[in-house]
Design a protein around this ligand. Structure first.
Ligand code: HEM
Length: 452
């Protein structure tokens, strides 16, 4: 698939028209629709207006480049007109750090990414997995029949502990709420435009930010006092030098070592929750998954290859990623004026690049709103079509933790289902999405009906 219109970049945009504005509610724009299901705002825009359009959230206008054309845009070098820094990097800039993976661009970004690739790899996670998963098993043992749980926050806690133990050999459990509030508030203000800036002055946020800094500092100091080389993200951060030989500043180091929590906690917890919901909502698929888990999941000897023996779980995880993409659009700022498909994008515009709109196009997926893991088995493998699947973004900033996430979120659900029989609570619950700050099932609760 290639775009119908070739994408043309040009700095002379004066004579071109603005992209069309998606129909919206007066004054508030798309704010309610975005809060309800941001993915479908972009899908509607693509269907009604084509790959380039504008949306409006309160007084902010965003320019969308969506669908398979978004892949083309990136393939043709369109990213060079965009910067991730001011938006995506808000969690970094807010504490006064400057350089991090999500704030630097171009060659500096490539250099930093290369230095961190190994410590964000699946094998890095797997080498820490025995300790992390043993801890999760202990956590699971404390829940009993009759317990009612909110699954998003439950998975957030489990995920945060696993990432800490596996990637930085540390845990920050006592700071869970602070990390959650810090990340959520900053993303809502700067990226989604859903909260006003004054919330950054509220005592609850200031306390969370101060404690976020406190735990980061403690972890760094502890490692400096230790003479044991760990070769993990902390050691790589402490020894990092940019191309000019400059080390990170203290705040940049702090942000770097806290990044697994910032990038991984909400994302993995959201996907774990969506997958568990999808399985509970499709009992036939759940039954097949349970058979696979009972036969093949051995947590004390876990290896990522185990998923090969659990094809239904694997396909269900891909289908959940397709239907409930949380990285709906990658937020960028235009650093030059440019044109795309004959529309002008002004310098300074907020641009949302949404490859995941393809997930709902019937040219790629038969009956795209139907949960059908089977579509991902060979030979069908719908997700493997060119420009059809982008749950981890597209381009130079493709998720560095994708190899971890692909293992971690289905594993969270598999461990849960191996230990408990559960039901939706209430049984009539139907999926609602909260977009705060990462899309996740809203008010998704389960009741444990038996310990297996
Ligand atoms: C299912 C869970 C996850 C999803 C859907 C996801 C999605 C994404 C997306 C879409 C981006 C690109 C953002 C952009 O271009 O604006 C990204 C970047 C990133 N992710 Fe993930 N992520 C997940 C889990 C994780 C985990 C578990 C980690 C690490 C522990 C992680 C680490 C990162 C890092 C470091 C980046 C920045 C890469 C760069 O700028 O070069 N992610 N992620």
């Amino acid at each position: 698939m290639s775009s119908a219109n070739p994408l043309i970049f040009d700095s002379n945009t004066a004579a071109l028209s603005e992209p069309p504005l998606l129909s919206h509610t007066p004054i508030i724009g798309h704010v309610l629709e975005m809060a309800r299901d941001p993915q479908q705002v972009f899908v509607r825009g693509y269907r009604e207006l084509g790959p380039v359009f504008r949306i409006k959230v309160l007084n902010r206008t965003m320019y969308a480049i969506a669908g398979p054309e978004a892949f083309e845009f990136v393939a043709q070098g369109g990213e060079k007109n965009l910067s991730a820094g001011p938006l995506l990097g808000a969690t970094v800039l807010e504490i006064g750090a400057q350089r991090s993976l999500v704030t630097v661009e171009g060659a500096e970004h490539a250099h930093m990414r290369k230095s961190q690739r190994a410590v964000y790899s699946r094998s890095a996670f797997m080498s820490g997995a025995p300790v992390a998963l043993a801890r999760t098993q202990l956590r699971l043992e404390k829940w009993k029949t009759g317990d009612q749980l909110d699954m998003f926050s439950t998975f957030q806690r489990l995920t945060m502990e696993q990432l800490g133990l596996a990637l930085i050999n540390e845990e920050a459990n006592d700071y869970f709420d602070d990390v959650r509030i810090y990340i959520g508030t900053v993303l809502n203000v700067y990226v989604h435009g859903l909260s006003p800036k004054w919330v950054l002055k509220l005592p609850q946020f200031l306390r969370a930010k101060q404690r976020f800094l406190e735990i980061g500092k403690q972890i760094l100091e502890k490692r400096r006092a230790s003479d044991k080389a760990q070769r993990d993200l902390i050691d790589v951060t402490l020894s990092y030098k940019d191309d000019d030989g400059n080390a990170f500043t203290e705040l940049e180091m702090l942000m770097s070592i806290m990044s697994p929590f910032v990038a991984g906690m909400d994302t993995v917890a959201a996907m774990s929750s969506f997958l568990l919901y999808d399985l509970l909502a499709h009992p036939d698929i759940l039954r097949q998954v349970l058979t696979e888990i009972d036969q093949h999941l051995d947590v004390s000897n876990f290896s990522a290859e185990m998923f090969m023996k659990m094809p239904t779980l694997h396909a269900a995880a891909i289908e959940t990623m397709r239907m409930h993409t949380i990285a709906v659009a990658q937020p960028r700022e235009a650093i030059n004026a440019f044109s795309v498909n004959g529309f002008s994008i002004p310098k300074g515009a907020q641009v949302m690049v949404s490859g995941s709109v393809s997930h709902f196009l019937d040219r790629f997926y038969a009956d795209p709103y139907r949960y059908t893991p089977d579509r991902h088995h060979a030979p069908r493998q719908e997700f493997r079509q060119k420009h059809a699947y982008a749950p981890y973004g597209i381009g130079a900033r493709l998720c560095l933790g994708a190899g971890i996430a692909e293992v971690q979120f289905p594993l969270n659900v598999a461990m849960w289902l191996k230990r408990f029989e559960v039901m939706l609570d209430p049984p009539s619950y139907r999926l609602k999405i909260a977009n705060n700050p990462t899309p996740h099932p809203s008010n998704f609760k389960i009741k444990i009906t038996a310990v297996r």
